[in-house]
Design a protein around this ligand. Sequence first.
Ligand code: SF4
Ligand code: SF4
Ligand SMILES: [Zn+2]
Length: 275
Amino acid sequence: MEIEFGRIEDSIAQFTLSGASEAFANALRRAMIGEVPTLAIDNIRIYDNTSVLFDEMLAHRLGMVPIKTDLAKFARKDACRCEGAGCPICQVTFTITAEGPKTVVSGDLVSDDALTTPVDPGIPIVKLWEDQKVVIEAVAYLNNGTEHAKWQPTVACGYKEYPVIDINDRCDGCGMCVEECPRGVLEVKGRVVRVVDGRLEACSLCRLCEKACIATGIGDDSAIQAGADSTKFLFIIETDGSLSAQQIIEEGLRYIRTRSDTLIEALHEISMEGL
Ligand code: SF4
Ligand code: SF4
Ligand SMILES: [Zn+2]
């Protein structure tokens, strides 16, 4: 199994996974979305709210604010040494005190941990008019996306099978498939069609090129075939900023390895019991 990065930035990564099954690719996708923990606001005390929004709506909006998460520093509440009582290792408390006229934004959340703040300070929470007020205390915990979408570290995470385009010697270079391709993947060169350098990964496997070729009257089989390599996958992930793209990939892979080890241990115990 091999991973090759085409692009890796703080909030976005594109990579190919080769020598893997579709089941493994999907397990990795699901692990990155649902099993990599982040911080999100989950417990809210509203002391005053005379804004136009219901308390529940305010709580929902605050819960969806992405928060910078240092996984080396925080632990899940159920695994913390405070045994669920709440401490700086398993929770971060934010407060907002605001009075209109003003638009309350995520940057108005005052954290009790200077390094743990909203990813973007400009996310609007509620607009306050003259004499309207909110006074809120909000506590963020570490949890997983399988519990609630607010704990998902990705805003986009998906893959597709790696495209494979075959062109056989029946191609006469008429160029009909080039005109039909919506992704600019094909070109005619030297009286035959070929894939434009660097454009193969843009292919969406729509197969319009095959239909265009058949429409030229070439017969039932087109001279071009658009298929997929079922052992190679093209991933793209985009984060909400709570974790870096690299951390999400590493943590997703670590989760799969840990679960696999647990399964092997369980199987080993079962086989030992049978002796
Ligand atoms: S399958 Fe679609 S995107 Fe891919 S080369 Fe053919 S027409 Fe273009
Ligand atoms: S439509 Fe068929 S014959 Fe014409 S260039 Fe494309 S593959 Fe070749
Ligand atoms: Zn704790």
